[in-house]
Design a protein around this ligand. Structure first.
Ligand code: GLN
Ligand code: ZN
Length: 725
């Protein structure tokens, strides 16, 4: 018996309906009634898309903002009376909003709830089944919830002892049972991706009882995805009274011995990549299972919201007929089911074409850069004052800049005119930074729409889609580019903008590049090419650029890697390999540089303990990190590292002006943990999302705080010239 199960079809809808509805409501253009009616309609559309392709699908996926928040509210973690959207959205995006975190190593985020101190939960039946789109599919969808284990593992305050874990899981088991009474008696999809994580095996004994309790009362389908379960975990789960056990299929691995009433829900279709699945091969692999008469549900290996809705544009020849987004993934399930039942329609036969070979032979990496002291000496002539000031790269992206890009795309503006405008923006940015008195300047990134897409547009073998939007969180969307062969530099990436900026000032200008890890992390990668291969190939393309930039006399180069920790592998056994990759990729990008070129690295994070080994491996001259939202003690995690550090003088995510005194106090805290000659002063990230006035006010205060700090410092050192000048 074979069925197909789709899940995670993008909330965005085929034409970004979701984004428009949410933003319409937030801006006051749409009433609550209209919002809910719109969502209901969208849920109807999604249900139709499911129904046309697959046998089974969830209902209630269309969150008002975030499914983790929905769950938290349904479990009574936050008091939100049913129907009070203002209170809900306050938790999602208001002043006291829950923190956002990346979800399972992807660029999709979730709101991180806090568990109650005491393991007591008060289920809110008004919030489950979820109030959105409830009746959109005439009661045929399977109710779905994120499961208790994933909730506790991903919370802000996960239990710290086995007893505490046990107590929470027991209480949650009861709370879920209460909520599920509202479900229709149909199989319930309990999504437990956390079961793939390290530690799940140790935690399992505490989980079996709650699962058993739920499984005895409801037809429970335990759904895991992203990675195959560890065999021991799969075996233990197979002994439960479940309606279905969902896991990523691994060719050749033994099947968990589920009982006859339990369906094997197999993740067989890709969910994180965009290449069509080799269905004929899968038919071969899965054949024996089907012949054995097992009840199998074919499913994707990941929720489909990591993909755009459907392939809806004319593709270049390299990609035509090779891509599958969410709708095509559903189609694949249907085709595979047909194949397994012995049908062999032409569409299924012709569905897949193998990829061209990835012919990238990498040159050897350069030798490590000379020791830090040699580099420091060679960089002295940059003439930087104590506590040098700089910014992270982007200046505010004004409406005018965005409209320029739109006009360029539509053909309304030609390249030459566009370039003129960009030059004008760079000129303004340089003038502003000189007036402010910053020390290391930037061109301001006016030409970049997005730090990955921009590079993808200038590299060959990347396809940047017109309509391939994916949800990041809330109503925030992005458009991942698709790498389909070894990347090549089509044209300089950052050269002319940087040189133009440098031509306008005597101060050093930093060339700013998105690093290879982030470029690979936020793109779709070629089929059968590992993350490692893609990263190193990208590093080589950047290496050429960096060499050229330096050959033109640029003295400071910055590599941005905001995705570094996000790509930390989910499993500890893969960490050493990742660390080595990060080190090698960085070396390939900057290792050819003369010691006199100062290499900066920007990382958005403040999880310094996790970063420490990476910083050691990369060994940049200067690192800028997030820090303005922490107290200075976090720097202890980096003590003893010889780096120069800019932990952030103000928080770029806040529209509020940070007064000079506040920044000064923060910088002084940093100095308790960092020798004075190694502190840099900068914002904690790019200024792209700020309004011009906001950025200006904070930069002005930052430069003043730096001046005050220099005065205080030199007087505490016994005079104005204590630094030897
Ligand atoms: N250079 C980029 C900027 O300033 C860095 C962005 C980031 O770290 N996310 O916008
Ligand atoms: Zn950043």
């Amino acid at each position: 018996m074979i069925h197909t199960l789709g899940f995670g079809l993008p909330r965005l809808g085929p034409n970004l309906e979701y984004k428009r509805l949410l933003e319409g409501f937030w801006s006051g253009l749409l009433s609550q009634e209209k919002l809910l009616a719109g969502l209901q309609e969208l849920e109807g559309l999604r249900a139709t898309a499911y129904r046309e392709a697959v046998d089974l699908h969830p209902t209630g996926e269309l969150s008002l903002y975030d499914p983790m928040l929905d769950l938290a509210v349904a479990l009574g973690l936050y008091a939100v009376p049913a129907g009070e959207l203002e209170a809900y959205y306050a938790l999602a995006r208001g002043k006291g909003a829950l923190p956002l975190r990346k979800w399972f190593g992807t660029n999709y985020h979730y709101l991180v709830p806090r568990l109650p101190e005491k393991p007591r939960y008060e289920p809110q039946p008004g919030w489950f089944p979820y109030p959105v789109g409830r009746d959109a599919d005439s009661g045929e969808g399977l109710p779905t919830l994120i499961g208790p284990y994933t909730l506790v593992r991903l919370a802000q305050n996960p239990p710290t002892s086995p007893t505490e874990l046990q107590a929470h899981l027991e209480a949650l088991g009861e709370a879920y049972a209460e909520l599920l009474k509202g479900a229709s008696g149909r199989p319930v999809l309990l999504q437990e991706p956390a079961l793939i994580l390290d530690g799940a095996q140790e935690d399992l004994p505490h989980l079996l009882r709650p699962y058993r309790l739920l499984g005895a009362q409801f037809p429970l389908v335990l759904l895991t995805y992203y990675l195959p379960l560890r065999p021991q975990v799969a075996e233990a789960l197979a002994g439960l009274p479940l309606r279905g056990l969902g896991l990523v299929y691994e060719p050749g691995a033994p099947w968990p011995k589920v009982s006859s009433g339990t369906a094997l829900v197999l993740g067989v279709i890709e969910g994180l990549s965009v290449w069509r699945t080799d269905l004929l091969r899968l038919r071969k692999d899965l054949g024996p299972l089907v012949e054995a008469g097992r009840e199998v549900w074919l499913a994707p290996k990941a929720p489909l919201y990591h993909l755009p809705w459907k392939v809806a544009e004319l593709l270049p020849p390299e990609l035509a007929g090779r891509l599958a987004f969410a709708e095509e993934r559903l189609r694949e399930l249907a085709l595979l089911k047909g194949l397994l039942r012995g049908e062999a329609p032409e569409e299924a036969q012709a569905w897949y074409t193998p990829p061209p070979t990835w012919d990238q032979s990498l040159p050897p990496p350069p030798p490590p850069r000379p020791p830090r002291e040699v580099r420091r000496q060679a960089q002295k002539d940059l003439g930087l004052p104590p506590f040098p000031t700089t910014t992270i790269g982007s200046f505010p992206q004004t409406k005018e800049l965005r409209s320029l890009r739109k006009r360029l795309r539509s053909g309304d503006l030609d390249q030459a005119a566009y370039r003129q405008e960009i030059q004008e923006a760079i000129r303004k940015n340089i003038r502003l930074q000189e007036e402010l008195g910053l020390d290391v300047l930037v061109h301001g990134e006016p030409e970049r729409s997005d730090m990955v897409e921009f590079f993808a547009e200038r590299l060959e073998r990347f396809y940047t889609t017109q309509k391939g939007f994916v949800l990041s969180y809330g109503s925030r969307i992005w458009r991942p580019p698709i790498l389909f062969a070894p990347p090549r530099r089509r044209e300089p990436l950052v050269l002319w903008e940087t040189l133009y900026a440098q031509s306008l000032t005597h101060k050093p200008v930093k060339a700013i590049l998105t690093g290879p890890i982030t470029l690979a992390a936020w793109s779709y990668l070629p089929e059968r090419v590992s993350f490692r291969e893609a990263v190193l190939a990208l590093a080589e393309a950047l290496r050429e650029e960096v060499r050229e930039v330096a050959a033109h006399g640029i003295r400071v180069v910055q590599v941005d890697e905001p995705a570094l920790l996000e790509k930390l592998p989910l499993r500890a056994e893969d960490h050493p390999g990742y660390l080595a990759l990060v080190g090698e990729a960085f070396l390939r990008v900057v290792g050819d540089l003369e010691p006199g070129v100062q290499v900066h690295q920007h990382l958005c994070y403040s999880d310094y303990a996790a970063l420490r080994p990476f910083l050691e491996a990369m060994d940049p001259d200067v690192v800028s990190l997030e820090g303005a939202r922490q107290d200075g003690r976090f720097l202890e995690a980096l003590s003893g590292l010889p780096l120069e550090l800019g932990p952030g003088a103000f928080d770029v995510h806040s529209p509020l002006e940070a007064p000079v005194e506040e920044m000064l106090a923060r910088l002084q805290t940093y100095l308790r943990h960092l020798p004075a000659e190694r502190l840099w002063i900068n914002p904690d990230c790019g200024l792209k999302t700020r309004k011009s006035e906001e950025a200006l006010a904070n930069l002005r205060n930052m430069v003043q705080a730096a001046q005050r700090l220099r005065e205080l410092w030199s007087s505490s050192q016994g005079g104005p010239h204590a630094d030897g000048t």
